[in-house]
Ligand binder design. Structure first.
Ligand code: SAH
Length: 348
């Protein structure tokens, strides 16, 4: 493995310190940063306005991480694309491209595996292998763009729990904005509910959209399918969510995958409506997802999604139903393979 410093993971301040440390003028850092993130250079030799002497120094000290595309699967039903990327330690990650008129979005992975253990998710069994570096999250965009897929927005909903890799995800967001030039209004982050980290994220006031994977309307049911609920129960989670809305003004999307016989009854809908009504007005939106069956076979798609949505709408809860994308290439939520989880869905 490369012992050189991972230059793509440095924010502009860090890069400036490094460049000044090489006895170069600080403004050079801005030029290099632009080469890396806006022009997506893969080699220092491409940096035409940088003198050879500095290019030489950079090449000796730093490496520019890239991903090795191993598969590119295109759905025959909806053109969703699933990428399988190899990392330099041999691990593999999945990234899903969801083309939609005027707003193509990329579902980015934040970890190799996941340790949250949600029972309905394909990655539950294999646990966490490691966190992804900021460079490995950025490279998912850069490689996908190089393959010709134009990205308008990013959802951090692929493999992993982004708030369990907090510092790297925040650095990724910072560079995505300042280097790649994407407004964080075009970014959504999905969490299974690490309430303490939601508080921390709120304090940063980044302006991104938060999605919270709720999937149940009381503590007993939620703890049975999502172990994180034993650490942060519904009240603690929803208090943090209310705080996030107060600090950022950003409406939160509550994700609810309807699983046959688990969380899809009329009582569940009524309880979910009550939970939502306890939140500040205008601070929530419920997104119903048809659960995708995973290999274990114990969780199946509910047929009650329409009546469930109707019940919520009758209670004046703002609700949408998501359509599953990329099911034929196993790119839909919770289906990403090799013990990895991920997404692949768009709103209707
Ligand atoms: N760790 C984050 C993001 C990754 S999962 C989170 O938990 O939010 C992205 C979304 O897919 C989450 O809402 C997750 O709960 C959902 N998901 C996982 N497995 C699923 C399945 N089998 N069917 C439907 N959605 C699933």
């Amino acid at each position: 493995m490369d012992k050189k410093t991972d230059i793509l993971s440095l924010n502009l301040n860090e890069l400036t310190r490094e460049i000044v440390g090489l006895s170069e003028r600080g403004f050079r850092a801005k030029q290099v940063f632009e080469w890396l993130h806006s022009k997506k250079a893969t080699d220092f030799s491409e940096m035409s306005n940088i003198c050879d002497q500095l290019k030489d120094k950079l090449g000796k000290k730093f490496c520019i991480k890239s991903l090795n595309m191993q598969k590119r699967l295109v759905s025959s039903t909806d053109n969703t694309v699933k990428y399988l990327y190899g990392l330099d330690d041999g691990n593999k990650i999945e990234t899903v491209f969801m083309p939609r008129k005027g707003k193509n979005s990329l579902c980015v992975s934040s970890q190799v595996g996941c340790r949250m253990g949600c029972k309905f998710c394909a990655s539950g069994a294999s646990g966490l292998e490691r966190d992804l570096a900021p460079s490995e999250m950025l490279a998912q965009l850069y490689e996908t763009a190089r393959a010709g897929d134009q990205i308008d927005s990013v959802v951090i909903m692929g493999v992993g729990e982004p708030l369990d890799n907090f510092a790297n995800v925040v650095k990724f967001l910072e560079i995505l904005q300042s280097g790649y030039g994407m407004s964080l209004r075009r970014v959504s982050l999905s969490t299974c509910g690490l309430a303490d980290k939601i508080d921390e994220l709120a304090g940063l006031r980044l302006g991104l959209t938060l999605s919270v994977s709720l999937h149940a309307s009381n503590d007993a049911d939620r703890s049975a399918i999502m172990p994180i609920n034993k650490r942060f129960n519904l009240k603690t989670l929803l208090d943090s969510c209310a705080g996030y809305f107060e600090k950022t003004g950003r409406r939160i999307s509550y994700e609810y995958a309807l699983i046959d016989g688990v969380n899809d009854k009329g009582d569940d809908a009524a309880r979910l409506a009550r939970l939502m009504k306890g939140l500040p007005d205008g601070s929530y939106h419920v997104n119903l997802i048809p659960a995708n069956a995973v290999e274990s076979g114990s969780f199946n798609k509910s047929a009650r999604i329409r009546p469930f949505a109707g019940r919520l709408a009758k209670e004046n809860i703002n609700v949408t139903v998501r359509r599953t994308l990329g099911a034929d290439i196993n790119a839909a939520c919770g289906q990403l393979r090799g013990g990895r989880r991920g997404c692949g869905q768009g709103e209707k």
